[in-house]
Design a protein around this ligand. Structure first.
Ligand SMILES: Cc1cc2nc3c(=O)[nH]c(=O)nc-3n(C[C@H](O)[C@H](O)[C@H](O)COP(=O)(O)O)c2cc1C
Length: 322
């Protein structure tokens, strides 16, 4: 399968692994790259810009294929040193960055002159068009199904991707709720040039999280998520558990961020992935959990999705019109 996305980023398959806090580390990213798809190291998982440079160097030892780095720009009382992380990316020679979370203009001005192509991830048509007008090289659009921050418009991918495809001119990647060949083919049919997956890549052999969390994803169905922070205007889709149920309840009862701060602490969430206790804190996963039944290697997963997509297009779909 060849699309504008595979050509622009010089990859074999129209599949991407977007930024994943605590999960997007060198082993997973290199496995995705070696499978012919586009993987992204998550910059802010690394405690310092120096550690990010070391992680990029480690990934280079594991693959000679292209890979990217995700830079997530989040509102914060004490923001991380974004300019220094960005500098580490540029100096390391990485040529692809996925930005997300806020307007990427400031970063574009430094990344693109250094020869870095930027994919901006958005959750609405208007934000995608804004990113296009700023000159990003591609956009990725996250539908409401996605793990992470789906925005506040609640528009699922079936509408959002098609609506975006009608207006966005640059290469566009569909994201959110995609976990198999049916999702990839649907994304292409809706007008996207490829598909981005988070939750599905999180549940692979090379994903650096505890085996019990992978098993939990396999056991979970499509209802096993919660939307937290709705009343704070910063909606996040996370795995459903006792902690996320409690966060939803406290905020529904009129609570403020201070009332859930301890429950949502990032270090508690990180412990979930380390210890394998799915009830220890908040962890990210999307509705696509309902489509995930196994824990394959990344190579097997990518080969399966690509192979089944080709069969689906040339077989069942072609037969409908023959
Ligand atoms: C564990 C996990 C952590 C994530 N962390 C980030 C992040 O730090 N930055 C970001 O831009 N997106 C993050 N995402 C969102 C993914 O990049 C991707 O957009 C999303 O997972 C797509 O939806 P899906 O999970 O239904 O495939 C995360 C997703 C998961 C599952």
């Amino acid at each position: 399968m060849r699309t504008r996305f595979t050509e622009l980023f010089e990859i074999d398959h129209p599949l991407m692994q977007g930024g994943m806090q605590w999960v997007g580390r060198a082993e997973l990213v290199a496995a995705v790259a070696n499978a012919g798809a586009l993987g992204c190291i998550t910059a802010l998982t690394q405690p310092t810009p120096e550690a990010l440079a070391a992680e990029i160097a480690h990934c280079r030892e594991l693959t000679d294929r292209p890979f990217g780095v995700n830079l997530t720009i989040l509102p914060s009382i004490t923001p991380p040193p974004y300019a220094e992380y960005r500098q580490a990316i540029v100096e390391s020679g990485v040529k692809i960055v996925e930005t997300a979370g806020a307007n990427p203009a400031e970063h574009l001005a430094h990344l693109q002159p250094a020869g870095v192509k930027v994919i901006h991830k958005a959750t609405s048509v208007r934000h995608a068009l804004k990113a296009e007008s700023l000159g990003v090289d591609a956009v990725s659009i996250d539908g409401f199904e996605c793990a992470g921050h789906p925005g506040e418009d609640d528009v699922p991918g079936l509408i959002l991707i098609a609506a975006a495809a009608s207006r966005v001119r640059i290469p566009m990647i569909a994201s959110g709720g995609i976990a198999d060949a049916r999702g990839l083919v649907a994304a292409l049919a809706l007008g996207a040039d490829g598909a981005n997956m988070g939750t599905r890549f999180m549940c692979t052999v090379e994903s650096p999280i505890h085996q019990r969390i992978k098993q939990q994803i396999v056991a979970n169905d499509e209802r096993a998520t919660n939307l937290i922070f709705r009343s704070l205007g910063n909606t996040a889709r996370v795995a459903r558990n006792g902690v996320s149920d409690e966060v939803v309840q406290r905020l529904a009862d009129g609570g403020a961020f201070a009332d859930v701060r301890e429950l949502v602490a990032g270090r508690r969430g990180a412990k979930v992935y380390e210890t394998g206790d799915p009830e220890h804190g908040i962890w990210w996963a999307g509705q696509s959990q309902g489509l995930i039944d196994d824990i394959p290697t990344v190579a097997a997963l990518v080969a399966r999705i690509v192979g089944e997509s080709e069969k689906l297009i040339a077989g069942r779909l072609a037969a409908i019109v023959s």
